[in-house]
Design a binder for this molecule. Structure first.
Ligand SMILES: NC(=O)c1ccc[n+]([C@@H]2O[C@H](COP(=O)([O-])OP(=O)(O)OC[C@H]3O[C@@H](n4cnc5c(N)ncnc54)[C@H](OP(=O)(O)O)[C@@H]3O)[C@@H](O)[C@H]2O)c1
Length: 330
C-alpha cells in the first residue's frame, strides 16, 4: 500500500513539474527568410542541431552541416533536403576534437563559400572521459577549444558578409550548467579518469568558457558587423546523455523528453538568437526560452574573459599574425 502511495505521489509530482517546465517552453516566432544566405551548423546532424539545420533550410538558406561521421552526415543531409524541399544542403566533415580537422574545415569554407551569415556553434559532447589526439580532455576540446578556433578562423568571412542593417551572427550553444562551473585558468585541460561529478563540472566549465569567449570576442569585434550570442536550449531529450552510460543515458533522455523539451523545442532558442530582429540589436547576450537572461556572475567577469582568451590563443596554437589577420577590420 505504502509503495503504491509513493509511486502515485511521485508520478503526480513529476507530471506537475513537467507541466511547469513545458509551460515555459517558447517557440521562435520570427518569419525571417534566409534565401541567399549561408549557414554553418556544427553538429547539425542529430538532436538539436539537426532541427536547427532543418529550420534554416526551410527558411531558404544554403545550409552546411558538419560532424565527425560521414555516414551520419550524409543521412542527415538527405533528411533535411527531403523534409525542407531545399536542395541547397551540404555535409562537410568536421571533428572539433582535432585542431587539424578544424583548420581544414575552416580553410575549405573560406575557399569555397562567398559568404557566411550564420555560424551556429551547436556541436558538443556530454560527459565522456578521454583525451583527444591533441592531448586535451575531450569535453574541453570539442565543446570549447575546437569551437573557439573554428570561430576565429571563420571571422574574415563573417565580417565580409555582415552589414550594418543585417549583421552576420555567431551563436554558441551553452547550458544552464555553466552556473556550476569552477574555472581555473591554470587547469583548462583537466586530466582524465575523473568521477561523474567532476565530468559534469568540466561540462559546465566548457559552457562557461563559451559565454566568456562571446563576451571577449564581442569586445574585440567592436565596429564589425557581427553579432555573437549564447543560446541555452533548455533540457532536451537527445543522445548527448549517452555518455553517462547507455542505460542511465537512455533513462535520462526519456525522462527529459517527457518532462521537458523535444529536439524541435530545444532548437527554438538557438534559432531565435540567429534570426530574430530583437536579438540582432544586442550582442554577447544569453538567451533561454527565446528570452534574454542574466548569466552567472563568473560569466560576466571581464578579467576572467580576458585571461581565458589569452590562454586559449596559446593552447589552440594561433599565431599572433594569424590572429591579427582574422581580427583586423575589413
Ligand atoms: N540536450 C540538452 O539537454 C542540452 C542542454 C543544454 C545544452 N545542450 C547543448 O546543445 C548542443 C547539442 O546537443 P544535443 O543535445 O543535440 O546532443 P546530440 O544529439 O548528441 O548532438 C551533438 C552533435 O554534436 C556533434 N559532435 C559531437 N562531437 C563532435 C565533434 N568532435 N566534432 C564535431 N561535431 C561533434 C554530434 O555529431 P555525431 O553525432 O556525429 O557525433 C552531434 O551532431 C550541445 O552543445 C549541448 O552541449 C544540450
Amino acid at each position: 500500500m505504502d509503495i503504491i502511495v509513493i509511486i502515485l505521489v511521485s508520478t503526480i509530482f513529476l507530471c506537475v513539474f513537467g507541466l511547469c517546465l513545458k509551460s515555459g517552453n517558447k517557440i521562435c516566432k520570427s518569419k525571417k527568410r534566409l534565401d541567399g544566405r549561408t549557414c554553418v551548423v556544427t553538429g547539425g546532424t542529430s538532436g538539436i542541431g539537426l532541427e536547427i539545420a532543418l529550420d534554416f533550410a526551410m527558411r531558404g538558406a544554403r545550409v552546411i552541416v558538419a560532424c565527425p561521421f560521414d555516414d551520419e552526415g550524409k543521412v542527415a543531409k538527405e533528411k533535411i533536403i527531403q523534409e525542407s524541399g531545399n536542395t541547397n544542403v551540404v555535409y562537410k566533415f568536421l571533428d572539433l576534437g582535432s585542431f587539424k580537422s578544424v583548420r581544414e574545415f575552416a580553410a575549405d569554407i573560406i575557399q569555397t563559400e562567398n559568404r557566411l551569415d550564420i555560424l551556429m556553434n551547436n556541436a558538443g559532447v556530454g560527459i565522456p572521459d578521454h583525451k583527444t589526439t591533441d592531448g586535451f580532455h575531450i569535453i574541453m576540446q570539442v565543446n570549447y577549444f575546437g569551437t573557439f578556433l573554428l570561430t576565429i578562423l571563420l571571422l574574415p568571412l563573417l565580417k565580409k558578409t555582415g552589414t550594418a542593417s543585417d549583421p552576420s551572427r555567431i551563436v554558441n550553444t551553452t547550458s544552464i550548467l555553466h552556473r556550476i562551473a569552477m574555472l581555473n585558468l591554470d587547469y583548462l585541460n583537466p586530466d582524465v579518469g575523473c568521477n561523474l561529478f567532476k565530468r559534469i563540472m568540466y561540462y559546465g566549465n566548457s559552457k562557461l568558457c563559451l559565454i566568456l569567449f562571446s563576451r571577449e570576442l564581442a569586445k574585440r569585434l567592436r565596429g564589425a558587423n557581427i553579432v555573437i550570442h549564447n543560446a541555452d536550449p533548455g533540457e532536451v531529450g537527445t543522445r548527448i546523455f549517452d555518455s553517462a552510460g547507455v542505460v542511465i543515458g537512455f533513462i535520462i533522455s526519456i525522462l527529459i523528453l517527457i518532462l521537458s523539451k523535444t529536439p524541435f523545442e530545444g532548437a527554438q532558442t538557438p534559432v531565435y538568437a540567429a534570426v530574430d530582429e530583437t536579438a540582432k540589436k544586442v550582442t554577447a547576450r544569453l538567451f533561454r526560452n527565446c528570452t534574454m537572461q542574466s548569466p552567472s556572475s563568473a560569466a560576466t567577469d571581464i578579467q576572467l574573459a580576458k585571461g581565458l582568451w589569452e590562454q586559449s590563443v596559446v593552447l589552440v596554437k594561433l599565431s599572433k599574425q594569424e590572429l591579427d589577420e582574422c581580427l583586423k577590420e575589413n
